[in-house]
Design a protein around this ligand. Sequence first.
Ligand code: ADP
Length: 447
Amino acid sequence: MFDKVLIANRGEIALRIHRACREMGIRTVAVHSTADHDAMHVRLADESVCIGPPSAKQSYLNTAAILSAATITGAEAIHPGYGFLSENADFASMVEEHGFTFIGPSPDHIRMMGDKITAKLAAQRAGLPVVPGSEGALADLDDARRVAEGIGYPVLLKATAGGGGKGMKVARGPDEIEEAWRLARSESAAAFGNHDLYMEKYLARPRHIELQILADNHGAVVHLGERDCSLQRKHQKVLEEAPSPALNGQARDAIGAVAAQAMRTLGYRNAGTIEFLYEDGKFYFIEMNTRLQVEHPVTEMITGIDIVREQVRIAAGEELGYEQADLRFAGHAIECRINAEHPETFTPSPGLIGVYHAPGGLGVRVDSALYSGYRVPPHYDSMIAKLIVHGRNRNECLLRLRRALGEFVVEGIDTTLALHQHLVANADFVNGAYDIHWLEKFVAREG
Ligand code: ADP
């Protein structure tokens, strides 16, 4: 096992990784920008290194500075968390070339899944069902028209370099394709420096259901069940739950077995998430995330498995030590992402936190790097806390969530706590009757 791990991230996820390492007896190195010198992940780590100015490009994305920090502190492995360099195959290669262990999959798997088109082809070859669509990137607008006629409107244009829901536009009919093409191209060029697009059938009312996978370096692969992440705003997840209110045990076992088998076929290792859209009882692969997900805690709550610990163990060459049949799913878990944003306009609201009080009690977990007197910097993602609640069943989980949200106090800045309070009082949400478009309509109505 490693003696020392460098955590190439910030905020709640840096803290989350630190906690797993600490419990494993591993010393931690935090890296931070000048804007984060007083951050909780820096305070709790055994050592810390300043790697640059506030801009992420010059700090948390600064490969040379991160590798130097690992060298001078004598770290043996690097955990990238999510976001930043976590899905950068070149970074993963460089980590290994410099003699460190990258806590994650191989650079080849990151590269394969990082491009939407190679990912979809690989998934298809490995036996996963995919959304009907173009064979690869579209040549031009005429090609887009042809493919759209073939699969039938409505269609979705998506960036091959996509991420975070950017560069995605729907065309409901032939009269909308030109506009959608133009907008999706310019948006993806701006976001990714690449304007290549591909096309998929636009599913009208699917749920977003994803499978958590763990694979060791010795051929063992298990799935930890699914997460339902259908509650999204601008293609960004807002609240996630496990298990999905739309699946039964049989359906879970079936898609889980297919997903695990696909990972075996691809020779995947470490943790990963396979994302599907689910409509009328059918699954359609949309992408795979080759990293830890923001919403991993809901899976931890229902399986009792510490996913970060497993990532570290796998990277150190240990065997999983259990099989699918050994895993048990218990109860229900929900995660609310709390952002430093106005709950109706979603305008970012960085600034000084006054009173901070996190809820507690049985079945309540808060993953956050906030504290009273902390100043949320304006330079990074606006998510400041995750409230995760577990109950013996969905009903108990909902009652507990309502209670916990009522205790949560974050003063001084706007947060999306009020949005979650409205959500848990809504009958559709309580009944689990929602698809990926539901939250947008809810926000429009409530706002
Ligand atoms: P990104 O990598 O940008 O997050 P994804 O392919 O994961 O892109 O899609 C993000 C979200 O966009 C999905 O969770 C879903 O809400 C929506 N979406 C993606 N593909 C389709 C589709 N074919 N039909 C309808 N909605 C889709």
